[in-house]
Write a protein of this length. Sequence first.
Length: 264
Amino acid sequence: MAHAFGDTAKPEVSRPNRPALDGQDVWQARVELAACFRFAARRGMEEGICNHFSVMVPGHDELFLVNPYGLAFSEITASSLLICDFEGNVVSGSGQPEATAFYIHARVHRNVPHARAAFHTHMPYATAMTMVEGDPLIYAGQTALKFYGRTVVDNDYNGLALDEKEGDRIAAAVGQADIVFMKHHGVMVLGGSAAEAWDDLYYLERACEVQCLALSTGRRIVPVSTEIAEATARQMREEDASSARLHLASIMRTLDREEPQYRM
């Protein structure tokens, strides 16, 4: 179902006059991203050894952290994450990214300035909404209103993203959106940090789950008025960044108690 990027490990690439890749800021980014993987697994957001999360490396605008191909989300640790550049080199780490992880994430990070973090999943409820007619989200529940005005639908499904051209096409489809519903495929959540991407990923799946339950009743869903939706979305956005940091801190405390090996 997925393909490893490249056949052999590439040598580490020298980056003179740049912040060290083993510094505290980079390690903290590793730990936070590993926590997101572990909790996504707990919430049923993973799909085998497929799907991928990435964040830009602090202090390096040409490098990103991403999971290696072959590990389930529940196996990810801080040290197992790869650092890659936009040309396909594994700058630090053992293994290779999954091919679509490289072609999607490298091009999105390179071409979409606000995408400091990019989380791509086939999580079931959100993915179900990419398979039906009409707009994926119905703005009828309060959680869904968090995403009002922030989504885009990429309707041009072309199979697996196995070249830069497809990665560039996906990046171009993003525009200013934070949430990309990838038709027939899955979703991609973009954020200014791992915390913001995690927060949106979690609540997006919850919103889609509730919507699926409401649709299953067979009764018509009543959307919130445009005026209320816009006002509520503004209210939510005012606190999003701080709420996201608290949300990430809460899952890290849980993991510290129950599976602290994610920090290794």
